[in-house]
Design a protein around this ligand. Structure first.
Ligand code: CMX
Length: 435
């Protein structure tokens, strides 16, 4: 079928059996030790969630349904005349585990275009936000407000059976993703004074339409960048703050708009998605201080001054990864192809040669290598999108794909309310007192 929902309906019964069998065979087996440090340490490394769209390997990086980023770049359908994968295709892969055909992807582009309009009152909410309100706060407000028309919330009130949860969750998830370009475009134009929002063109793909709404629709390089950007930022397994928040809030049967609004508030933190903004601010400050073609020595000194001031080097380090993030590498390759001589790109390359040794010498960070956020802002800036407060909104458009795919499966498989156990320090002391 070219319809994602029909394909999904075919896949769900077998997956329910698959989960049953996995639990019957492995359900009582211990899976990794829990030590007290993990309770204090942000649950780092604790196996605690099921997330089907992607799994992150510390050395290798992310795989979407078993496929690496280069494999996705090779296998997923592209736009006519384009060479980057279409995020529509990645969504199909995340949801079904299957590489879609060109026809299935085209159908999805059309479906999203048809669902893309946002209610007038949401437009008004955005238009009334002061331009000083951070774009991520505006984004989360608008997404939360979409819950006004949630199919899931309505179905739940009407007494829908548990077995049917996934259907309206699917509809809400598709609506959510489809409406994000109009929300992001409106925020961008309002905050940065870029004039009236053009209409979505149903004959164009999702990234092309988003580029048009931002005012870059004629720029082929930017459109290609967005296709790559939205593909690689979509999913990074389930434990990161945004993905986990979406799953957690969804587990209370809050609809996908409420769940994703919450996820966006997590993405807006500087240790998570906001780091792409922070990287650009940091680079600009560095250039202001030591000039544009600074020597390695001057750059090193600047990096040390950041650490000595008790700040983090944005774009470096990761809670799980222990190697250079393949999402960084994919963006570096894009830059080598499209903007090899760009000054800011060269600075990012220079920093890459210096930061890891410094972080190792400083001796705290477990991973001295760059993450996805170290590179994205430079690419956007090159094409003229230099309003860095907006960068995390683009991350947020993309991350909806991964969170939505999991919300659909969570409701299809009857995932329970999340409720892990917490302890007080006094309780821990008591437990181990006589041991
Ligand atoms: N610069 C300076 N210090 C760093 C560092 C960096 N880039 N990365 C880690 N450290 C420090 C930590 O702050 C921590 O210090 P304290 O012991 O004083 O608290 C210590 O090294 C150990 O941290 P860790 O176990 O290596 O890393 P965490 O899992 O706790 O945190 C992360 C991971 C990403 C928050 C951290 O590496 C960081 O702050 N990086 C900079 C911000 C950033 O780029 N975030 C984006 C991540 C990708 C994303 O989600 O978008």
């Amino acid at each position: 079928s070219v319809s994602l929902k029909e394909r999904l309906a075919e896949l769900i019964p077998a997956e329910i059996e698959n989960v049953k069998a996995t639990r019957a065979e492995h359900g009582k087996k211990a899976f990794g030790p829990v030590v007290v440090d993990q309770l204090y340490g942000g649950m780092r490394g604790l196996p605690a969630l099921i997330w089907d769209g992607s799994v992150l390997d510390a050395e290798e990086g992310i795989r979407f349904r078993g496929k690496t980023i280069p494999e996705c770049q090779a296998l997923l359908p592209k736009a006519p005349g384009g060479s980057e994968p279409l995020p529509e295709a990645l969504f199909w892969l995340l949801v079904t585990g299957e590489v879609p055909t060109q026809e299935q992807v085209t159908e999805l582009s059309k479906d999203w275009a048809a669902r893309s309009a946002i209610p007038e009152f949401v437009e008004e909410i955005l238009d009334r936000c002061p331009p000083t309100l951070h774009p991520m706060s505006q984004f989360s407000l608008a997404v939360t407000a979409l819950n006004h028309d949630s199919a899931f919330a309505k179905a739940y009130q009407a007494g829908v059976s548990k077995k049917e949860y996934w259907g309206p969750t699917f509809e809400d998830s598709m609506d959510l993703i489809a409406k994000l370009p109009n929300i992001a475009g409106r925020i961008y134009r309002n905050v940065f004074g870029q004039g009236k929002l053009p209409a979505i063109d149903p004959s164009k793909d999702y990234s092309h339409n988003l580029a048009t709404l931002l005012g870059f629709g004629e720029n082929h390089g930017f459109v290609e960048l967005l296709r790559l950007y939205l593909t690689i930022h979509s999913d990074h397994e389930g434990g990161n703050v945004s993905a986990h928040t979406g799953k957690l809030v969804g587990s209370a049967l809050s609809d996908p708009f409420l769940a994703y609004g919450a996820a966006l508030n997590g993405l807006a933190g500087p240790l998570h998605g906001l780091a792409n903004q922070e990287v650009l601010i940091w680079l600009r400050k560095m250039q202001a201080k030591i000039g544009e073609d600074a020597s390695d020595e001057a750059v090193k000194e600047y990096i040390w001054s950041t650490l000595k001031a008790g700040q983090v080097v944005p774009g470096y380090g990761h809670a799980v990864l222990r190697k250079t993030d393949p999402r960084y590498t994919a963006q570096r390759e894009f830059a080598l192809k499209h903007l090899p001589e760009d000054k800011l790109f060269k600075l990012v390359g220079q920093i890459y040669n210096l930061v890891p040794d410094i972080l190792l010498e400083a001796g705290k960070a477990k991973n001295p290598w760059p993450n996805v956020d170290a590179h994205s802002g430079v690419l956007l800036t090159y094409y003229g999108l230099d309003q860095m407060q907006f960068y995390t909104v683009l991350f947020g458009v993309s991350r909806a794909f991964g969170v939505a795919a999991q919300l659909i499966w969570d409701r299809a498989l009857g995932a329970p309310l999340e409720r892990p156990k917490s302890y007080s320090t006094a309780a821990i002391q008591k437990i181990f007192k006589d041991k």
